[in-house]
Design a protein around this ligand. Structure first.
Ligand code: DGL
Length: 263
């Protein structure tokens, strides 16, 4: 058994189906700059959002086991899809481990004002899962909620395309049916989408509030680590190690670029 002092210096494991979870990693570093991180992106098997549930579960467990084998002291499932498919089972398998998942930030959007109109953009799997249906039911009398599955959107971010005309046209077509609904807010319910936020903003306009779950997830991880007395007492900035199942130099360069990308 590792002594608790030693365990506090261990990295936090973060995973996603690809590079999207780097939007959550950015928030984790803001909230806990002195922690160390291993970020595992499973770009080889992306997208998860259009795969069968069982496959996403087994890929998620594989990612978790890989990070635990490298000494992770806790896990952030930086993927809404993997969270909805596997986080409950993961907590069952590792009951002692701080595990935090991400879900669409519907709560702050629904409570922002009196009966707002909220568009939730997410993967097909996320919107189909019971976890999301229960979340929607919780706020059904507080807001008008439009769930919008967005197959094909994460692929732009995986390709490093955050501002092309093709991305603009794709989003314009996807969002067109909602542009006359007087939306109050858009929830980015997939961790890839904050990297397309500027383009989404261009289409929905400045009066719409855009929410994502990254910051809340990072804060929750800090709470969980504090409760387990596992926060790193280091006073220096920590390190980040990127791993990707497509382990080419170009892929790792994209990870480093996205970590610095303003979202
Ligand atoms: N980034 C993932 C999420 O938050 C999903 C993208 C995908 O693999 O389909 O849902």
């Amino acid at each position: 058994m590792m002594a608790i002092d030693e365990k506090r210096g261990c990295p936090i494991g973060v995973f996603d189906s690809g590079v999207g979870g780097i939007s959550v990693l950015q928030e984790l570093i803001k909230v806990m700059p002195n922690e160390n991180y291993i970020y595992l992106g499973d770009s080889k098997h992306a997208p998860y959002g259009t795969k069968p549930l069982e496959e996403v579960r087994s890929l998620s467990f594989r990612n978790a086991e890989d990070l635990l084998a490298q000494g992770a002291k806790g896990l952030v499932v930086a993927c809404n899809t993997a969270t909805s498919a596997a986080v409950r089972l993961m907590r069952g398998k590792y009951p002692q481990l701080p595990i935090v998942g991400i879900e669409p930030a519907l709560k702050p959007a629904a409570l922002e004002k009196e009966h707002p109109r909220v568009l939730v953009m997410a993967t097909p799997m996320t919107v189909q899962q019971d976890k999301f249906k229960q979340l929607m039911a919780r706020y059904a009398d507080k807001a008008e909620i439009y769930p919008l599955p967005c197959p094909g959107l994460m692929e732009f971010v995986e390709a490093g395309d955050l501002d092309s005309e093709q991305l603009h046209d794709f989003l314009q077509q996807l969002l067109a049916p909602y542009l006359d609904k007087h939306l109050d807010s858009v929830v980015l319910g997939c961790t890839h989408y904050p990297f397309a936020r500027k383009m989404i903003r261009r289409i929905v306009g400045d009066s719409v509030t855009i929410f994502d779950g990254g910051e809340g997830t990072a804060r929750e991880m800090r709470r969980r680590l504090a409760a387990a007395d596992l926060l790193n007492p280091a006073t220096e900035p920590g390190w980040v190690k990127f791993e990707n199942s497509v382990s080419t130099e170009a892929e790792l360069q994209l990870c480093r670029r996205l970590l610095k990308q303003e979202i």
